[in-house]
Design a protein around this ligand. Structure first.
Ligand SMILES: Cc1ncc(C[n+]2csc(CCOP(=O)(O)OP(=O)(O)O)c2C)c(N)n1
Ligand SMILES: [Mg+2]
Length: 146
């Protein structure tokens, strides 16, 4: 699956500075007829996690995709490459799909890559009525050495 498979009019991306969710919510409120997709790492999403209930409250029906590796992956990789060890860059992420449901959104957790295309199609359809969060479980062990 490539980004070409994501049928979005507007996309926001964040793996380090946590702007994607806020950008997507504002974009959806400004352009409610357009599909808006945000992609984030779990670390970035955790920085703005409290905004998801706001999206539900205001009817900003974004499609939020969170990659869950329970790691600040980029920082972990830099520590490994520069210092040869890591500190404070792994954590236990919450169940983001359950959090989405508790926030008035639809939550979908994907644990097997083969389920992702169908999950994305179902998610996009569900944004007609509410914000949707797709939680994609990914391994923290595949960080490439740059
Ligand atoms: C506001 C802010 N805090 C901290 C950082 C430093 N930082 C850069 S990458 C990163 C880790 C991102 O982790 P995640 O979003 O889970 O993405 P992953 O690399 O695991 O895919 C952090 C904390 C930053 N860029 N911005
Ligand atoms: Mg991460």
């Amino acid at each position: 699956m490539s980004t070409d498979d994501i049928p979005a009019d507007i996309a926001a991306l964040s793996y380090e500075d946590a702007r994607d969710e806020l950008t997507a919510i504002v974009a959806k409120l400004e352009y409610p007829q357009r599909d808006v997709v945000a992609l984030a790492g779990d670390g970035a999403f955790l920085m703005t996690i409290g905004d998801l209930p706001t999206a539900a409250e205001y009817g900003a029906n974004i499609l939020m995709v969170v990659h869950n590796n329970s790691t600040f992956g980029q920082t972990y990789m830099q520590q490994t490459n520069i210092y040869g060890h890591t500190f404070g860059t792994t954590f236990k992420s919450p169940n983001f799909a359950q959090y989405a449901e508790a926030s008035g959104c639809k939550g979908i957790r994907v644990s097997d890559a083969k389920d992702l295309p169908d999950a994305m199609r179902a998610a996009q359809a569900a944004t007609k009525t509410q914000p949707v969060l797709v939680e994609v479980m990914v391994s923290s062990e595949n960080n490439p050495k740059l």
